[in-house]
Design a protein. Structure first.
Length: 476
């Protein structure tokens, strides 16, 4: 795999891979320890409050990060975030033995795991976009993203084996040390997007020249140029384009709004699914701290294995032609079906074991999300004009994502189980609908860009014919 990465991208890719591997390992340890400690020492009855607190804290920290990110470079942002997490987790590890069953401290441990995941997601996505850019090899993107599933496999397996010997709070120490090591790959990292033009001269294509010939709306051209749908005769693309009239005249701002709606609905659904899963695990497995740690460790390890398998054998083929239809459509469709089964099962009296397995299977869809769906989402970010890209990433991950978590927390704290299930189904439908709208927008912009390209080529051919005719007349 490394041999397929262009030489001018190799150093940056390896640094980003090591960063993702270290922060992914730290995050896996943090969330395993946090959930195990909370369920075993507090119980699942207060879990809904933690979801709300996590959403509020994530929104606060992400907002502060977005403001700071506008003033510092991406390499400094990587180092600052890793250092902050390292100090925080070392302090939590030091305090936990003295306040063994403190609800406040255990809540902080749980909330900080969610904050860590949010901040590292923003940093990783921003770093890949700003150091690699949309002109980099797809193999480079795939290699960097491999750091997360490899981290989940390695750390999950270690926790699964060692949880019978180690208490869960000791994993916080290791998480803090890994955060500290994550500072090293970001030192002197190349903050300018790598480009093949540094090594090889590329002849400018007519479509590239057309970007500077007055065809306006560069963001729309980027959407069509970077991300494409499968074929002009693709059934899903045709339905999305023809049955959703609002996609026919959508501009770049409309694309960004629907993109944000997709992220918000997705976060709301995933948060409610995660809550149902954790409650089911706590009620099915009991309150044994080490048993819970072992289960979560093995679950994250198996999820990492599944992510790698899907990424190796499926993701590359689906994204080879930069098509995003199947990658972004499978997850909302499958979760809608699983959520309907889960809600129906609770209504007709499924046993706790059945609900545990259904919710675990729904949570297991994270393998597709991390390997294929999120990769396609990252490709969608590269379709946005560079000066607006970081702002959109910060908006979606710093405001929309925690906003969805806050809404989910409010629903869990204030609403009955029936209302929670209704919100879950409605949010799943909104997610699927927003996905279809985005597909329709991309399809429309892709066709528009192709028509512009054909007109440019046709104009060049006409100019060439006129030039040849003028030269013949001059010879006569």
């Amino acid at each position: 795999m490394v041999s397929k990465i262009p030489r001018h991208e190799l150093a940056t890719v390896l640094r980003l891979f090591m960063f993702c591997l270290l922060v992914g390992s730290s995050y896996t340890l943090a969330k395993t320890a946090a959930v195990s400690l909370f369920l075993s020492r507090v119980g699942s009855a207060s879990l809904s409050v933690e979801f709300l607190a996590a959403g509020l804290a994530t929104a606060l920290f992400a907002t502060l990060w977005v403001r700071a990110a506008k003033k510092i470079s991406i390499d400094k942002l990587m180092r600052t975030t890793a250092l902050l997490m390292a100090v925080c987790y070392l302090c939590l590890w030091w305090m936990l033995p003295m306040l063994h069953h403190s609800f406040v401290l255990l809540s902080i441990v749980y909330v900080m795991a969610e904050v860590k995941g949010c901040l590292y997601a923003i940093v990783a996505i921003s770093a890949m976009n700003e150091t690699l850019g949309r002109n980099s090899s797809r193999q480079s993107w795939a290699t960097v993203l491999l750091g997360f599933p490899i981290a989940a496999i390695t750390v999950g397996t270690a926790v699964g084996f060692e949880s019978t010997l180690w208490d869960a709070d000791n994993w916080l120490l290791l998480a803090g040390l890994l955060d500290g090591l994550a500072i090293l790959p970001s030192i002197k990292i190349n903050t300018q997007p790598t480009s093949r033009t540094d090594a090889v001269h590329i002849t400018q294509t007519p479509l590239n020249r057309g970007q500077n010939v007055g065809h306006g709306d560069q963001a729309d051209g980027d959407v069509a140029r970077v991300v494409d749908v499968e074929g002009e005769g693709d059934l899903i693309s045709t339905i999305a384009t023809q049955w959703l009239p609002l996609t026919k005249y959508a501009d770049a701002e409309t694309f960004a709004r629907w993109f944000s709606l997709l992220i918000g609905a997705k976060v709301l659904v995933l948060t409610l699914v995660a809550f149902n899963w954790k409650v089911s695990v706590g009620e099915y497995l009991g309150t044994s701290e080490r048993l819970l740690a072992a289960f979560f460790g093995w679950f994250y390890a198996m999820s990492g294995v599944g992510t790698l398998l899907v990424q190796f054998f499926i993701t590359g083929r689906l994204l080879a032609n930069k098509s995003v239809v199947v990658p972004i459509l499978v997850l909302p469709t499958m979760l809608l079906l699983l959520n309907v089964v889960f809600v129906s099962g609770g209504s007709i009296g499924f046993g706790m074991a059945a609900l545990f397995y259904i919710s675990t299977f729904a949570k297991g869809m994270d393998t597709w999300r991390r390997s294929t769906h999120d990769t396609a989402i990252h490709l969608l970010y590269t379709s946005v004009e560079k000066r607006k890209r970081r702002g959109l990433i910060g908006h979606n991950h710093g405001l929309v994502k925690p906003g969805g978590e806050i809404v989910a927390g409010i629903v869990l704290v204030t609403c009955s189980i029936w209302v929670q299930h209704a919100v879950l189904i409605v949010a799943s439908l909104v997610w699927l609908f927003a996905t279809l709208v985005l597909i329709g927008i991309i399809k429309t912009r892709s066709l528009t860009a192709r028509m512009k390209n054909r007109l440019i080529l046709k104009g060049m051919a006409v100019d060439r014919e006129h030039g040849e005719g003028d030269s013949l007349r001059m010879k006569r």
